[in-house]
Design a protein around this ligand. Structure first.
Ligand code: SAM
Length: 489
């Protein structure tokens, strides 16, 4: 994976394992320490968990040693992610020896995958809670307070946490994530998500709009609509996506799909920037791209993972599109939104991948010239179809060499793309101080590229027109010209 701060919005490496803190409520007396790993969905879920526990008497702390309850929100997507969590559990074990009253709970995908095995394997764990069971936390905490271990890993058909107002943890006060779907029905053969997060269900659009309106009132200026596969968002009064066929005519008539949801959100807050992630090529339809083109406040950026450029490997991965269909989609995006940025996820060394397949991936990348990329070596995950039916037969050093080659290609393409911005004046939303210089702001343009520029009199949350003078492969460097028209509200 590229270690580059500007691409790291979806799986933010710098955030991995960060502790999350919210404002203290004076009434609350117990201390919660919560650490999150993995995709943005997990970080978003931790905000739901903190909100539920704030009503149970918990304030958050960033000091592990003083915590009454330690929660780790886990990721199972690759083996390495699980190893990181196991290491953290060893650390918690050491702290527990000096603070025997401390309880430890495991949340998220690893909890779902390992279930009660966790309690047997990791003796220090008191509580195991899957991604659909967070509303049961008050009961589970009572169980562990009374000295019993507690487990709830039941996956739900309808839980979307639409009625829980997440508390924003470690927020910059400007950008926020809003979850719109949970689970995934795609069954990519490499992926553990359908097993750890369950079937796909969509959240009531009314509760999404209420959350977005509330964020705007509180000063937030950009939201990212989140889901494993946002394009397959479908609300028809509740229920699983797969059961839509059985819905009544009335339900079908009032149903809301993703492009309609985007439009509703864009109209509700015309000055709020709107992003979304993740799109799946097989589910992304032209009406979504047309809606993006129609509304200025929908950012011109699509994260469109392809995973491989080889038709044979795409088929083996159960990605339900071909290389040619992917090109057609890219061409349509560029035709309808010429300045749209596109990013990818790619896996090297999927079972049976030969050099020719790898070359297909490189040539696909050459065609698209992605703005950013998230690239991984294949990691076999227990229970997935690939693990059950295919041998993990690409040697580790071959996977790594191919990974280096695609990362190098991506770096070249990223630089090609950042150079396209030179000399332009682009609207930037200021998110905070640049990591490299206290005198510079850091923000993003519509295409999600990081822009840094001297602070002058501007402040966090301002929309500013910035003239782009220089670039690296990851960052645009410029100077502010004026407030953008979006800044007046
Ligand atoms: N739902 C999105 C999709 O279908 O493209 C993203 C799912 S996942 C949270 C993020 C990325 O992790 C995937 O796009 C894929 O590139 C990578 N990934 C998933 N399973 C993997 C595995 N077994 N080995 C290596 N990378 C994996």
């Amino acid at each position: 994976m590229i270690k580059d701060e500007s691409v790291a919005k979806i799986i933010d490496e710098s955030q991995q394992g960060s502790t999350l803190a919210m404002e203290k409520d004076e009434k609350n007396t117990r201390k919660l320490y919560i650490e999150s790993y993995g995709c943005q969905m997990n970080f978003s879920d931790s905000e739901i968990v903190a909100s539920i526990l704030a009503n149970e008497g918990f304030n958050t702390t960033q000091i592990l040693e003083e915590a009454d309850l330690v929660l780790v929100n886990t990721c199972s997507i690759r083996e390495k992610a699980e190893q990181t969590v196991r290491k953290r559990l060893e650390k918690f074990n050491a702290v527990k020896k000096t603070n025997p009253g401390m309880k430890v709970g495991v949340l998220g995908c690893m909890a779902e995958r390992l279930k009660s095995k966790f309690l047997e394997e990791e003796k220090i764990v008191d509580m195991v809670v899957g991604p659909d069971a967070y509303k049961d936390l008050p009961n589970l905490i009572q169980e562990i307070d009374e000295g019993r271990n507690a487990v709830n890993v039941i996956l739900s058909k309808d839980e979307t946490y639409g009625d829980v107002a997440p508390v924003r943890l470690n927020s910059n006060g400007v950008t926020a994530f809003v979850s719109i779907t949970r689970g995934c029905d795609n069954m990519c053969t490499f992926c553990v998500v359908p097993f750890t997060r369950g079937r796909e269900r969509s959240r009531d659009p009314q509760s999404i709009l209420e959350e977005v309106n509330d964020l705007w009132e509180r000063g937030f200026r950009e939201i990212t609509l989140l889901g494993q596969n946002v394009d397959s968002y479908l609300w028809y009064g509740g229920g699983l996506k797969k059961d839509f066929e059985k819905a009544s005519e009335m339900q079908k008539a009032i149903s809301v799909n993703f492009s309609k949801l985007l439009e509703l959100v864009a109209q509700a807050q015309p000055k709020m920037r709107i992003r979304f992630s993740t799109s799946n090529p097989q589910d992304m339809t032209l009406d979504v791209i047309e809606t993006m083109a129609k509304y200025e406040n929908i950012c011109k950026y699509i994260h469109l993972p392809v995973q491989s450029g080889s038709n044979r490997i795409l088929k083996a991965m159960n990605r339900l599109h071909t290389r040619e269909e992917y090109f057609e989609l890219i061409d349509n995006i560029k035709k309808i939104i010429p300045d749209c940025a596109i990013s990818q996820d790619m896996i090297t060394g999927f079972p049976t991948e030969i050099e020719e397949d790898h070359q297909d991936t490189l040539s696909l990348m050459e065609y698209v010239k992605y703005d950013f990329g998230f690239m991984f070596a294949y990691s076999e995950r227990p229970g997935t179809l690939a693990e059950r039916k295919m041998e993990d037969d690409v040697p580790e050093e071959t996977k790594k060499r191919r990974l280096t080659e695609i990362i190098d290609a991506q770096q070249r393409h990223s630089h090609y793309r950042t150079q396209e911005h030179l000399g332009r004046t682009e609207e930037v939303l200021i998110e905070g101080t640049s990591k490299k210089s206290d005198d510079h702001w850091m923000g993003r343009n519509s295409q999600n590229t990081v822009v840094v520029f001297p602070k002058e009199h501007y402040k966090v949350g301002d929309f500013v027109n910035v003239k782009i003078n220089e670039c690296t492969s990851a960052t645009l460097i410029g100077e502010a010209i004026e407030y953008s028209k979006n800044n007046s509200y």
